[in-house]
Ligand binder design. Structure first.
Ligand code: S3P
Length: 421
């Protein structure tokens, strides 16, 4: 088990290009594997979660040429596999691949690590069965037997991009149109990428409809991941900056953290640049007065727009002058760990004042944190959030199981040390 030791910092400043977006990289590999004329993916994330997706499409027959900073997928014919497909720690890999495999009329078994093996899969098994899929597994392994699918109108009870994307990818190979509606907007990278690669996608309010077909060609430059940038934006908000995160995806379905930073009184600027494809990007610069941090409230439709940033926003809340609240966030209980429990127990161990509910928690600040030992619990975002908390703590903070960080941000420790002093 690897350990990361975070030490207190008095400043956090400089410039970085955060790692490429994990959600968009997964989609590029999966959609690229289907593309009739192949795909060119520039600057993909080389984190373990996305490497697992790349290996998975290779195991299904995709012809992949991986270079230093790009991945090319040649036009390929996918086929069923007998050997189980490994999805590692990644719910996105498993849920999206299940949709793709079922839609293409293939058979496969999808498995993953200890954390993934506990995560709920009925949320995708049910709509896929409604489409005619022969699929089993309330938790991984998930077994799919080849069958023909038909389009459905699916009303998802949860605002989840993984559910939406699974059904849309299945719909590519179904007979008739498939539509998915959700209670509020979740990230829309799948619909953007399918649309830009030649598939007929219509979006009306909270409903996305696709017609069956094969993506034509995909060429994409992956922007930096706002969920990875978040760790350093929060570090700068707590320590003042100036910190510039370059080329960050600011798709409105991902940028909820910027709304929260504004509500917390953090000063930042956004310099938009021309995105080369379907995702908007910007350089984000935080330069602020940490003594002025105000408490904030998150809930409702904002939750899916910042779901992965909640652990590090909880750390920010410990430094705000008053009580911050996180509501309507029950989904946190079924992420790579039970994040409500992991945030509350870790922050309390560092001296913070946290109250917990079934669907959220509150943090009463400001608190002088103290260093301690935190278990990452197989959850990269818990590991990185507590490393950031360690910058504001007295004494050292030890993160046990820090190897999990490689799933999304391989250079995290190096970048943290470069920017903190
Ligand atoms: C993701 C969607 C979200 C997010 C996850 C990545 C995606 O999960 O938490 O880290 O790439 O579609 P849900 O769809 O379960 O909300």
């Amino acid at each position: 088990m690897e350990e990361l030791v975070a030490s207190p910092a008095s400043r956090f400043w400089g410039e970085l290009r955060p790692p490429s977006d994990k959600s968009i990289t997964h989609r590029a590999y999966l959609i690229g594997a289907l593309a009739a004329r192949g795909a060119l993916i520039r600057k993909p994330l080389r984190g373990q979660d996305c490497e697992d997706t790349l290996e998975l499409v290779k195991a299904l027959g995709a012809i992949v040429e991986a270079g230093d900073d790009s991945v090319r997928i040649r036009p390929s014919k996918l086929s069923s596999t007998a050997a189980p497909l490994w999805c590692g720690n990644s719910g996105t890999t498993l849920r999206l691949a299940a949709g793709l495999i079922a839609g293409q009329g293939l058979s496969a078994v999808l498995t993953g690590d200890e954390s993934l093996s506990k995560r709920p899969m009925r949320r995708i098994v049910e709509p896929l069965r409604e489409m005619g899929a022969d699929i089993q597994g309330d938790t991984p392994p998930v077994t799919i037997q080849a069958s023909n699918l038909h389009g459905i109108e699916y009303a998802s009870p949860i605002a989840s991009a993984q559910i939406k994307s699974c059904v849309l990818l299945a719909g590519l190979g179904a007979e008739g149109d498939t539509s998915v509606s959700e209670p509020s907007h979740s990230r829309d990278h799948t619909e953007r990428m399918l649309g830009s690669s030649g598939v007929s996608v219509r979006v009306e309010g909270l409903t996305v409809t696709i017609s069956p077909g094969r993506p034509e060609h995909l060429e994409v430059d992956i922007p930096a991941d706002p969920s990875s940038a978040a760790f350093f934006l929060v570090a700068a908000a707590m320590l003042g900056g100036p910190l510039t995160a370059k080329s960050v995806c600011v798709n409105p379905t991902r940028s909820g953290i910027l709304d929260v930073l504004a509500e917390a009184g953090v000063s930042f600027t956004l310099v938009r640049s021309e995105g080369t494809d379907s995702e908007p990007i910007a350089d984000i610069c935080v330069e602020t007065k940490p003594e002025d941090l105000k408490p904030f409230r998150v809930g409702g439709a904002l939750i899916p727009r910042l779901i992965d940033e909640i652990p590090v926003l909880a750390v920010l809340a410990t430094q705000c002058n008053g009580t911050s609240e996180f509501r309507d966030a029950r989904e946190l209980r079924v992420k790579e760990s039970d994040r409500i429990e992991a945030i509350a127990s870790g922050l309390r161990k560092m001296g913070a004042n946290v109250e917990v509910w079934e669907d959220g928690f509150s943090v009463a600040g400001p608190t002088k944190l103290h260093g301690t030992t935190i278990e990452a619990k197989g959850d990269h975002r818990i590991a990185m959030s507590f490393a950031v908390a360690g910058l504001k703590a007295e004494g050292e903070t030890r993160i046990l199981g820090a190897e999990t960080i490689r799933t999304s941000f391989p250079d995290f420790e190096q970048e943290l040390r470069r920017l903190a002093n």
